[in-house]
Design a protein around this ligand. Sequence first.
Ligand code: NAD
Ligand code: DGY
Length: 323
Amino acid sequence: MSHLQRGVFLDLATVDRDDLDLTELRASLPVWSFHEHTEPDQRLGRIGDAEVIVTNKVELNAEVLTAAPRLRLVCAAATGTNNIDVEAARRLGIVVSNARDYATDSVVQHVFALLLTLVTQLDAYRADIRAGRWSASDQFCLLDHPIGTVAGMRLGIIGWGVLGRATARVAEAFGMEVLVAESLNPDRAAQEDRVPLERLLGQCDVISLHCPLTATTRHLIDDAALRQMRPGALLLNTARGGLVDPEALARYLRSGHLGGAGIDVLEPEPPPADHPLLADDIPNLILTPHTAWAARTARQRVIDEVTANIHGYASDQPRNVVE
Ligand SMILES: NC(=O)c1ccc[n+]([C@@H]2O[C@H](COP(=O)([O-])OP(=O)(O)OC[C@H]3O[C@@H](n4cnc5c(N)ncnc54)[C@H](O)[C@@H]3O)[C@@H](O)[C@H]2O)c1
Ligand SMILES: O=C(O)[C@H](O)CO
């Protein structure tokens, strides 16, 4: 058994809005400090001699990890761990655990909320109603914005993990054809049935991103990738903002080459007011504020996953270790 004394949760308010049960988490260690948010210059003071850090989005770089004298376990209250220097943690003998498969229902319904909103022109018709166009119409319905059907569309998935696979299952139920991109990571196991990224981009009506943000995947969807996408194709990003070059995406939406985009994640977050994708003249862009994961059930599950990761480490059976 590994005896752990003290834990610090650096950004509890990003998970809990006083609607979650933290009893088990609080009981998992003798001493806890919970902080709603932590600014970069507050990190070291708050970490102190903690052996366990829980973070959703506070950055833990090599400098911070090196300066934490007793740190043994970092629990990401998230699946994505791009805010944590996992390599530095490994060198320092610190275990990093994440939360897996905790928000699958929430993220997948969000992917389809974005896709169906684009394909049905929901926003445009709601704006028409608010502007009085339905009441003023000479017929029972409005037909001003062309409506597609997802059935028959070809969906390209980039990132064949928990969320990519779950998205594919729902897509098939909608009558979509699914193609899966080869992983760019050369260490990945056999990739039969996968399609090279370039071909996937050129053959699909919808591209949905589900891979982690790493040095290799940063700006995976750049100017060249957007150019390869079919005219009128749709881009969905519920993974990480850094996967997409925002200036390039704004250009391809403005030019009409892309039919639309549904984006839940930007870089940085929160985005500055002058972020290229916050401009108000970009057509067919639906933005949501990183809420794909945020159903209450999923937020409770992420707390339960963190608790299980602490218990796993304490009983010498670390779980969900990020390699
Ligand atoms: N918006 C949200 O609310 C939200 C919620 C949960 C997760 N996420 C993001 O979604 C990502 C995926 O989550 P998941 O649960 O499916 O993770 P996962 O680890 O199960 O799947 C990720 C997959 O991406 C693959 N991959 C890695 N590098 C790749 C590359 N270069 N090219 C193609 N594929 C590559 C991996 O092999 C793996 O199969 C997370 O890393 C996180 O950043 C976002
Ligand atoms: O990676 C995740 O799990 C989401 O971004 C929520 O933190």
